[in-house]
Design a protein around this ligand. Structure first.
Ligand code: ADP
Length: 316
């Protein structure tokens, strides 16, 4: 670990990495990077590199862990062994378990959990390169991965931290500020402006605390703007008509319409009622299925549960 710098902020008010006190490190994100996940996001924030992947909603096993009236959100924050200078021992530790817990809770106010009773949504946040602020980077990436997975949410979640160095509040701590500074204060805000995570390491005066909340809020608003833009770019791209020749489509439509009129006028009696009915059925079914989690089709609710799933009931 490098030594504590003599000064964190120079005479021009700039930090060691040249930023203003209220300036964030550059952030970029890319959606849909893991094809097997339902949603994913790769995010870089300064030197932090984080990958978030979302799987679900899917059936939760063992069944005794299912929540009868809501989906279970599981969140796993993990730092790769190679993400820091000295290798980290693989597997969960006290820090990663704590970060996973508070990060999961940060999403509870936004995810519409009642829509998928009995199901689970797994969120994996893997830190590939760490440089302070990895829990907030992971939350920002996870928020995007959840949106990419199409999980119904009231809005996105954004996270950033404020700290204190040389007696001044600074937004989005770098590694030296995090290691040697006087405070580290990560927060998350929902799109509605609700606070869903606050942690605090170090000391603030009451006035500093108020200022820090405002700084975090502004930082999160900027991040929300970037997240929304990334989502618009991805989904607007998918819906884009740029490469479609609109004139040709219009010609086809006119042709098809005139064909329909001719055929329909000539042979209306050829419409097969059975076929029409079965098509209606298919449409009705697909509309119902679209609102239900896929796994419910496989196992109707009234099917008896297997013995393996509920060992407690057997012995009770
Ligand atoms: P955050 O990354 O959310 O700021 P911390 O404040 O706990 O969380 O950690 C600050 C930074 O310290 C991390 O981003 C990482 O660069 C480094 N760090 C954390 N844990 C370890 C570890 N076990 N070994 C080496 N470096 C670590």
């Amino acid at each position: 670990m490098s030594d504590k710098p003599e000064k964190f902020i120079d005479e021009n008010g700039l930090r060691l990495d040249g930023r203003q006190v209220d300036e964030m490190r550059p952030m970029k994100m890319e959606l849909g990077v893991i094809s097997r996940a339902d949603g994913s996001c790769y995010l870089e924030w300064g030197k932090n590199k984080v990958m978030a992947a979302v799987y679900g909603p899917r059936e939760l096993h063992p069944r005794r862990m299912q929540k009868a009236d809501s989906v279970l959100i599981r969140y796993r924050y993990n730092m790769a062994a190679f993400s820091v200078e000295d290798r980290i021992r693989p597997g969960p530790n006290r820090r990663s378990i704590e970060i996973s817990k508070v990060s999961r809770e940060a999403f509870e106010p936004v995810v519409l959990t009642h829509l998928y009773p009995g199901a689970v949504i797994d969120v994996f946040a893997e830190v590939l390169q760490a440089d302070a602020g990895t829990r907030t980077a992971a939350i920002n990436a996870a928020s995007m991965a959840l949106a990419d997975a199409g999980i119904p949410m009231k809005g996105l979640v954004a996270a950033c931290a404020v700290g204190k160095v040389d007696g001044q509040l600074v937004l989005d701590l770098n590694k030296a500020e995090d290691n040697f500074g006087d405070a580290d204060f990560p927060m998350t805000f929902t799109q509605d402006g609700e606070v869903s995570l606050v942690q605090m390491d170090g000391n603030f005066t009451q006035e500093e605390f108020k200022q820090a909340v405002e700084m975090c809020k502004e930082g999160c608003q900027k991040i929300l703007g970037m997240q929304q833009e990334a989502l618009r770019n991805k989904f607007a791209g998918e819906l884009s008509t740029d490469e479609v020749d609109v004139e040709l489509i219009e010609e086809d439509v006119v042709e098809a319409e005139s064909d329909d009129v001719d055929e329909g006028a000539a042979e209306p009696e050829e419409v097969d009622e059975d076929v029409e009915e079965s098509q209606d059925d298919v449409e009705d079914d697909s509309m119902i299925k679209a609102d239900e989690p896929e796994f419910e089709e496989d196992e109707p609710e009234d099917e008896p549960e297997s013995e393996e799933d509920e060992p407690e009931e057997e012995t009770a």
